[in-house]
Design a protein around this ligand. Structure first.
Ligand SMILES: C[S@@+](CC[C@H](N)C(=O)[O-])C[C@H]1O[C@@H](n2cnc3c(N)ncnc32)[C@H](O)[C@@H]1O
Length: 290
């Protein structure tokens, strides 16, 4: 039975009750600081790879009417940049939050807001190229396979899909960081976050039976080396770790106050590295089984 007060403010009580049951993904929703971090991340990743994509789509992008979809486009930094370079193609960004620029955008760009990215509001075989990046905290462990199947569905026969993710793995890590990372991974898995997604993306694409020669490329970046890129990468890494710690705190998991700083010092003292993955593949016509 609800109280009279609860009945009057039922919408508020409902959202408060829901909040208590929210999964971690709810707490990781994007604020202004995270938007700034995502924009910075785009430019750092671009330097790491020396490009905005790995799939062989350059000629396709120069062709009139080619259609590109960015799934979970966020502030659309990638989309706006690629759309500005390839004016003949048509770009669509889809996200659950309208954190993309609605008014100031090139005329070959449109945005679509949807309720969930595991069900895309597009027909089968609509896009020539579907891009999806940095979705570790957006898709639940149980969502990934469905989301990839959906991305593959909206990709045209002959078109390409491309994913870019970073696993929660550090190379050259020492004791303190290893323990902290294991604790984080354990907690993230409890919260339905997949901390090592890159090998699974390939498997999930494969399972659709519609894609050939799935390629997996990786780049290794030193966190906090002497060169400019390593210094910027350290800044990005520290910023991401701070925001993850905040999101985990809101969802009820507290790390000791100086743990991130201690770990980052240990990582940089020992030339710790991060690996960033791009996985891409081409959709081929279905072979009928007789
Ligand atoms: C880390 S951002 C990545 C943005 C963009 N792809 C990039 O590379 O900058 C994740 C995006 O997934 C979206 N998203 C979709 N479902 C989500 C969920 N359940 N929790 C958090 N984010 C979600 C967010 O709105 C956000 O724009």
């Amino acid at each position: 039975m609800s109280t009279p007060m609860e009945r009057i403010f039922s919408h508020l009580f409902r959202s408060h009750r829901n909040r208590k049951n929210q999964s971690f993904h709810y707490f990781y929703l994007i604020n202004e600081d995270e938007i700034n971090r995502l924009q910075f991340q785009h430019y750092v990743y671009q330097q790491v790879w020396g490009s905005n994509f790995s799939a062989p789509v350059t000629e396709l992008l120069k062709t009139d009417g080619t259609r590109i979809l960015d799934v979970g486009c966020g502030p659309a930094t990638w989309l706006l940049e690629v759309a500005t370079e390839y004016k003949k193609s048509k770009f669509t960004g889809v996200d659950i939050k309208p954190i993309y620029p609605i008014h100031t955008k090139p005329c070959n760009v449109e945005f679509v807001q949807t309720e969930e990215l595991t069900r895309l509001p597009f027909e089968d075989n609509t896009f020539d190229y579907v891009f999806c990046r940095a979705m570790m905290f957006a898709f639940k462990i149980t969502d990934w396979e469905i989301a990839i199947k959906e991305i593959c569905r909206v990709c045209k026969v002959g078109g390409y899909v491309e994913f870019m993710e970073k696993d929660i793995v550090i190379e050259n890590e020492r004791e303190f960081t290893k323990k902290l990372r294991f604790r984080l991974i354990e907690e993230l898995v409890k919260k339905n976050v997949e901390p090592i997604i890159s090998p699974k993306i390939k498997d999930y694409i494969n399972k659709t039976n519609q894609f050939t020669s799935i390629k997996h490329e990786e780049k290794t970046v030193t966190i906090g080396g002497a060169d400019r890129l390593s210094k910027e990468y350290k800044e990005l890494f520290t910023w991401g770790a701070k925001n993850l710690k905040e999101a985990m705190k809101k969802s009820g998991f507290n790390l000791e106050s100086d743990s991130i700083e201690k770990s980052i010092k240990e990582i940089t003292d020992n030339y710790g590295c991060d690996k960033i993955h791009r996985i891409w593949a081409r959709k081929v016509p279905m072979v009928k089984a007789y």
